[in-house]
Write a protein that binds this ligand. Structure first.
Ligand code: APR
Length: 236
């Protein structure tokens, strides 16, 4: 009889690299979004206040693109892991590929392309709404509180409401994995410090320059690296 595997608390921090093989650009690779666009102009609260149309155009294009891409094997393997373990995905990504792959506990640190909110109270839960990806958010569209409708995205310079919850999950992890992030944006990148020193910690990335202390580096792309990670976890 197969020995029942002990159900572990697995926490996974993901970044743009996990969606790269689905066809979504990362930010800081050589062909990344921030090599083609000005991050502060298009992804900051000041940028939205100064050039709201340019920001809406940028996010409307990314919302529409999300309709044309699918979760890849890395997203699916993480979702399948829930058959044997309690898996919490903490993602910096604003795409919905983890959810569409079947992951049931996904914490978005930087917001979600599938939602909109109020410009006056962006983090008021009553103002956050699902919004069809193929409907552009236009200047003049109003949130329920009468303010300009905006993408439900955490822009540079804005507070990250989900951080406290994310820190708690990482503290309680039995296994912690980081997949496809350059760990260059805080506070998200600081999550690596909340994992207990004694638990197994992995980072899956083909090019990460600095590997966090105590992490085992699986130097591979997400689809291959997560398959390797799942095998390692099976034998823990
Ligand atoms: N598989 C796995 N990792 C990959 C792949 C791949 N196929 N391709 C690239 N990567 C890795 C890169 O080596 C890099 O370490 O993914 C990482 C992508 O890093 P960034 O482009 O900086 O993306 P991310 O870390 O998610 O950015 C964090 O910055 O601009 C903000 O809000 C934005 O959430 C984003 C945050």
């Amino acid at each position: 009889m197969q020995t029942p595997t002990l159900r572990q608390n697995i926490v996974v921090l993901t970044g743009a690299g996990i969606s790269a093989e689905s066809g979504l650009d990362t930010f800081r690779d050589k062909d990344g979004l921030w090599q083609k666009h000005d991050a502060m102009r298009l992804s900051s609260i000041e940028g939205f206040e100064q050039e709201p149309q340019a920001v809406l155009d940028f996010y409307n294009a990314r919302r529409k693109q999300l309709l044309e891409v699918e979760p890849n094997a890395a997203h699916k393997l993480l979702a399948e892991l829930e058959r044997w373990h309690d898996v919490t995905i903490i993602t910096q990504n604003i795409d919905n590929l983890h959810e569409r792959a079947g992951s049931t506990r996904v914490i978005h640190l930087h917001g979600e392309l599938t939602k909109v909110t109020s410009s006056r109270k962006p983090n008021d839960p009553h103002c956050v709404k699902e919004y069809p990806l193929d409907v552009p958010i236009r200047l003049g569209d109003k949130a329920d509180d009468g303010s300009q409708l905006r993408p439900y995205i955490v822009w540079f310079g804005e507070y990250v409401p989900a951080m406290e919850v994310a820190e708690d999950y990482v503290r309680q992890a039995d296994i912690f994995a980081v997949i496809g992030t350059s760990l260059s944006v805080y506070p998200a990148a600081g999550l690596t410090r909340y994992a207990h020193g004694s638990i197994p910690k992995y980072v899956v990335d083909p090019n990460l320059a600095v590997i966090p202390t105590g992490f085992t580096h699986i130097k591979n792309t997400a689809t291959r690296g997560v398959a390797q990670l799942v095998e390692v976890i099976k034998n823990l």
